[in-house]
Design a protein around this ligand. Structure first.
Ligand code: NAD
Length: 272
């Protein structure tokens, strides 16, 4: 893996490539995956209250005797825990499960109309208290970010959104760039659904790489952060080995052209 860091608007630094742990709910599988990721050099781990595995992440990182300062840990407040008091209370619960004094990045998992500003106010206060180093959001669109800006004391430094070859998100990423908000791609591999796309297969064959590696390299060269998931040590290793080849400008354009504006998830609801 590369140790390339992205500097966030608040001055904190974050590894560009991270490891996502969504849907890994079996503890043995979880331990195997995170151990393999750690050995491959992953330092950013992305969990969420909704994933119900924060306690496994805390336990395995503790068992691996990983120095806290080497890690970059992200968690997300679930929809049910939004609101000022619930956000504060639930982050404290998450920290207990993680066996940590702070997270590096705290995200609002999903925009909802109720508590829209309350939850963010709690985020600003939690950052001031040092319980999280950075604060951001997930699944926000331009309209949510603009609405948040009408009352926020500080703006999110990052928006974690679905980005894959089928959902390339160019307009939103451009908006982020103009507003000093980092983009982080979730489901960066499009959950594997894009692997048989002819353009991708062709580039992969020419480069003697897997489709997954080509996609991750495309994210890397686009300059955004990305957090692929796998439970298989060989794939975890493969996904880390994308720093010894390069896509040409033409190959990058061909990858961009795969876009279908097709999401694997529901469209985030609008805030009124
Ligand atoms: P992903 O795009 O990372 O795809 C994961 C799947 O691709 C794996 O389950 C596996 O089947 C396959 N895969 C991975 N590496 C492979 C390889 N080298 N070869 C072949 N197949 C391979 O999808 P994801 O898990 O949905 O997303 C990654 C992370 O993003 C999650 O674990 C989670 O941390 C985060 N996420 C966040 C949100 C959000 O709302 N903020 C939503 C979804 C996911």
């Amino acid at each position: 893996i590369s140790n390339n860091l992205i500097t966030l608007a608040d001055g904190n630094q974050m590894p560009q490539q991270g490891f996502g742990v969504y849907k890994i709910t079996d503890q043995d599988e979880f331990n195997q995956a995170v151990t393999a990721a750690w050995e491959q050099g992953y330092r950013l781990f992305d969990t969420a209250q909704m994933y119900e595995n924060e306690q496994y992440l805390g336990k395995i990182l503790h068992d691996l005797q990983v120095p806290r300062e080497e890690l970059f840990i992200t968690t997300k407040i679930s929809e049910a825990n939004q609101g000022y008091d619930a956000t504060i209370r639930s982050l404290k619960e998450s920290l207990k499960k993680l066996q940590m004094d702070y997270v590096d990045l705290l995200l609002i998992h999903w925009p909802i109309n109720t508590h829209f500003f309350d939850t963010w106010r709690a985020f600003e206060d939690l950052k001031a208290q040092g319980l999280t180093k950075s604060i951001g959001v997930s699944n926000y669109g331009m309209v949510h970010l603009q609405y948040l800006a009408t009352q926020a004391r500080e703006m999110p430094v990052l928006n974690q959104i679905e980005v894959s070859p089928y959902m390339s998100q160019k307009p939103l990423i451009h908006f982020h760039e103009e507003n000093n908000i980092a983009t982080q791609a979730w489901s960066p591999l499009g959950r594997g659904k894009v692997f048989n796309e002819p353009t991708l297969v062709k580039i992969a064959e020419q480069k003697h790489r897997s489709p997954a590696q080509i996609i991750l390299r495309w994210h890397y060269q686009n300059g955004i952060s990305f957090i692929p998931k796998s439970i298989h040590p060989d794939r975890i290793a493969q996904n880390a080995q994308i720093y010894d080849f390069e896509l040409t400008t033409e190959e990058m354009h061909l990858m961009d052209a795969i876009n279908k504006n097709h999401r694997v998830s529901k469209e985030p609801e609008l805030v009124y």
